[in-house]
Structure formats: structure tokens, C-alpha cells
Design a binder for this molecule. Structure first.
Ligand SMILES: Cc1cc2nc3c(=O)[nH]c(=O)nc-3n(C[C@H](O)[C@H](O)[C@H](O)COP(=O)(O)OP(=O)(O)OC[C@H]3O[C@@H](n4cnc5c(N)ncnc54)[C@H](O)[C@@H]3O)c2cc1C
Length: 389
């Protein structure tokens, strides 16, 4: 295969693009596929990259297990405690209620990224060189001007809110997330905390570093988040203790603070002709419900199934509209899961940051209702774990 002429071109070598390429090759090793990746070739160059903790659901674990891409370093969540700072209403959820080994898993972004790169290389090495038509192209000065023609273009360029070169539908929550690793005195093992403060959600999540080192995701206004980023460690710990209270224990140390702007940016149409958008390139979400990558992996998995079906049966002369129709069918199949996940995340991001009294009371009642209505709680947890099917 000539690189400049392929069946499938995947643009973006983040977790979602890598996963899509790996599932395509696993199911159809002869795929004429090119992956264009802006990241360096050498894994060692990513060793110090983005270390924020990402919550992956059990559903994502099952998907990643199919390609041996589950990272070794991960922390399991057995219980979640949700509450509002200074207000009534709380909900508790544990793995026994759901009949699962874990409610979710926390993994560093870079570990997911690296595990997927290794999974793709492993699949690549299993394909006989004579049968392989796969090329993994890292953008550099020799390749950046290559004009690659493809029968189908998959956009997996991802990106963070306010850093993407497209804006379609959505909302600026006027919030930033400050993430970091916080050390706590005698923290309970496998426990996740989500506390809704007047400025936004504050989550404290397990990490693979041990029971007392926890991942922090503190959402607040851009101004106060920036201020907290600049605080001395001692001032930061006092502010955190004041905002969170004493439930989790005494905060002792903070490290690796980083800031991310938060908003919702999503495409109403995820296909156009022979192009398709997945992962953050299709929708960028607020992290309040920890759903962005989980949804992106489901996009990638189902798109890979569609692409394999199209291209493993495609006759040489067949081009659009055959491909366009199949992609339109894929888009239709993603509608309910995308709409539910985007809608639920947007709802939580707005409702849990409002200080209007009726909403404050309403969310207290909603949390209490969750606690006392197990079927509602289970249904919500299942949506978070497996998406809408
Ligand atoms: C603070 C924070 C916390 C989060 N927490 C969670 C969580 O708990 N759970 C969860 O599920 N999600 C979470 N998310 C969301 C999650 O990080 C994203 O949904 C996920 O990273 C999307 O993966 P992606 O591959 O689509 O995009 P990215 O991770 O953005 O990867 C895209 C890749 O494409 C490359 N690229 C860009 N343009 C090009 C191009 N033109 N050509 C080639 N390559 C290109 C980039 O270099 C990048 O490597 C969180 C997000 C934030 C900001």
C-alpha cells in the first residue's frame, strides 16, 4: 500500500485514536490503515507527560482488556461518597450494591496512553509483514506536508476545551479544574469522594501510589483556581481543608498541581461524507462525571466494528455512497449514548454549581433520593459504568 493512498486514515494518536486503530487491526489485520500521530515515537519521551488521574469505568476496562491495553498501575474504587459542602443531602454507593469488583478505576492519563501504544505495537508485530498494510506515521518535518488520500478519514485529534480549533455546540462553564496529588493522613482505602462546593465539584480519588496519596480534581472559577495554583503548598492545604472539611482526614502534602479550562464542546453531526469524528474531537465534556474518555472508547470500539465491516467486504471499485451510508448508520447507533452522556454531564456540571436556593434544596433532595431509592441509584451507576446500549 502506498501511504498516500489508503482505506482508513486515523488522525490523532491519543487514547481514542490508538484504541480505534488497534481494534481495527485486531479484527482485520490486512486493513489498509494509516495512523497519523503528533506524539513522539519514543515512549520514554512521554514518561513525564500528563499525569492527571482519569476515572475509567468497568465497561472501559472490559473493552481495553480485549486488546491487552489495561495499564498495570491503577487504583480501584470500591465506595463513592457524594455530598454538598455545608448543605444537606448525601449519597453513598458501594461495589456490593452493584455486584461488581469495583465501581471504577483511576489511572494516570499517560499510563492509558502508553498502554495503548504498546497494545498497538503488539498487534502490529503479530501481523505477517506480507499481509500488513498498516503505517503509523509520526508527524515531523518530513511528514507534515504529506497529502494522504483515504477512502475514510477518522478524526481523533482530541484536545482540551478552549484549545481546540473548532467550536460548535456547547457551553463555557466559566470553571477550571485544578488537579494534583494530595497526601492525607490515614485515608480509607479504595474510597472516592465527590463534594459539591459553591464553586464546583471537588473530587478526591484513590491513586496507585498507595492509600494515603490521592488524586485531587478541584473545580472552581478560573480566577480562584489560578490563585490556588499560585498558593504556597501550606496555604493551598489550608484552603483545601476548609473547602473539603475533615471527612477524608488531614491533608498533609500537595504535588503536581495543574490547571485545565472546563467546558462542553460537541458536534451535532459526527459524520460528513467519508469523514467521522470520535472521542474529544466529537465531544469534549466537563470531568464532573468522569465520562469523556469512557465515551470516547465506546466511540472507537463501535467505529472499528463498522470500519472492519465496510473494508473487509469492500470491492476495489466500491467507494462512497457505500461508505457514507455505513458511517451514517454508525452515527445513528451512537446517538443515544452520546446524547445521554453529554446531557447527564452537562446537567451535573450546571446543577451542582448553582447557588440558587431552590436548586440547592433540589439537589439535596436528589442526593437523598438517590440514597433511599436503590433502583434509581443502580440505574445511574450502570449508565456511568457502561453507557447507554
Ligand atoms: C481535568 C480533566 C479530568 C478528566 N477526567 C476524566 C475522567 O475521570 N474520566 C474520563 O473518562 N475522562 C476524563 N477526562 C476527559 C479525557 O481526558 C478525554 O476525554 C480524553 O483524553 C480524550 O481522548 P482523545 O484521544 O479523544 O483526545 P486527546 O487525549 O486529546 O488525544 C488526542 C491526540 O491527538 C493528537 N493530535 C492532535 N491533532 C493532531 C493532528 N492534526 N494530527 C495528528 N495528531 C494530532 C494530540 O497530540 C493528542 O495526542 C478529563 C479531562 C480533563 C481535562
Amino acid at each position: 500500500m502506498s501511504i498516500s493512498n489508503c482505506d482508513i486514515l486515523i488522525q490523532g494518536g491519543g487514547p481514542v485514536g490508538l484504541a480505534c486503530a488497534t481494534w481495527c487491526l485486531q479484527k482485520y489485520p490486512e486493513a489498509k490503515l494509516v495512523l497519523v500521530d503528533r506524539n513522539p515515537i519514543d515512549d520514554a519521551d512521554l514518561a513525564l507527560a500528563d499525569s492527571r488521574g482519569i476515572a475509567l469505568s468497568h465497561g472501559s476496562k472490559l473493552l481495553l482488556d480485549t486488546i491487552n491495553a489495561w495499564p498495570k498501575e491503577c487504583a480501584d474504587i470500591h465506595r463513592v461518597h457524594v455530598s454538598q459542602a455545608g448543605r444537606f443531602g448525601r449519597a453513598l454507593m458501594n461495589r456490593e450494591e452493584l455486584g461488581q469488583d469495583a465501581l471504577g478505576h483511576i489511572i494516570r492519563y499517560r499510563d492509558i496512553h502508553l498502554a495503548l501504544r504498546q497494545a498497538l505495537r503488539a498487534i502490529q508485530s503479530e501481523i505477517k509483514p506480507t499481509a500488513s498494510h498498516f503505517a503509523w506515521l509520526h508527524i515531523n518535518k518530513d511528514t507534515e506536508h504529506l497529502n494522504i488520500q483515504a477512502k475514510c478519514v477518522v478524526h481523533a485529534e482530541g484536545g482540551l476545551f478552549q484549545k481546540q480549533d473548532w467550536v460548535e455546540s456547547g457551553r463555557d462553564y466559566d470553571q477550571s479544574a485544578l488537579v494534583g496529588l494530595v497526601e492525607v493522613e490515614n485515608a480509607a482505602a479504595h474510597q472516592a469522594w465527590e463534594r459539591f462546593t459553591s464553586e464546583g465539584p471537588l473530587a478526591i480519588l484513590p491513586s496507585h501510589y498507595g492509600n494515603n496519596i490521592l488524586n485531587l480534581v478541584w473545580c472552581g472559577s478560573p480566577e480562584s483556581s489560578q490563585e490556588r495554583l499560585n498558593f504556597s503548598d501550606a496555604d493551598f492545604l489550608v484552603a483545601l481543608q476548609n473547602a473539603f472539611g475533615s471527612r477524608v482526614g488531614r491533608f498533609l502534602k500537595i504535588q503536581d498541581r495543574r490547571l485545565y479550562a472546563l467546558g462542553l464542546n460537541y458536534r451535532k453531526e459526527i459524520t460528513r461524507g467519508n469523514e467521522v469524528w470520535i472521542g474529544n474531537a466529537a465531544q469534549t465534556l466537563h470531568p464532573v462525571a468522569g465520562q469523556g474518555l469512557n465515551l470516547g472508547l465506546r466511540d472507537a470500539f463501535l467505529l472499528a466494528e463498522t470500519l472492519v465491516e465496510i473494508f473487509s467486504n469492500l470491492e476495489e471499485e466500491q467507494t462512497p455512497p457505500h461508505i457514507e451510508n455505513a458511517l451514517a448508520k454508525y452515527a445513528k447507533s451512537r446517538k443515544a449514548d452520546r446524547a445521554t452522556t453529554i446531557g447527564l454531564t452537562d446537567f451535573m456540571a450546571r446543577v451542582f454549581t448553582s447557588n440558587l436556593l431552590p436548586i440547592v434544596i433540589g439537589r439535596g433532595l436528589a442526593l437523598s433520593a438517590l440514597q433511599w431509592l436503590p433502583p434509581v441509584k443502580t440505574a445511574l451507576a450502570r449508565q456511568m459504568m457502561f453507557g447507554r446500549r
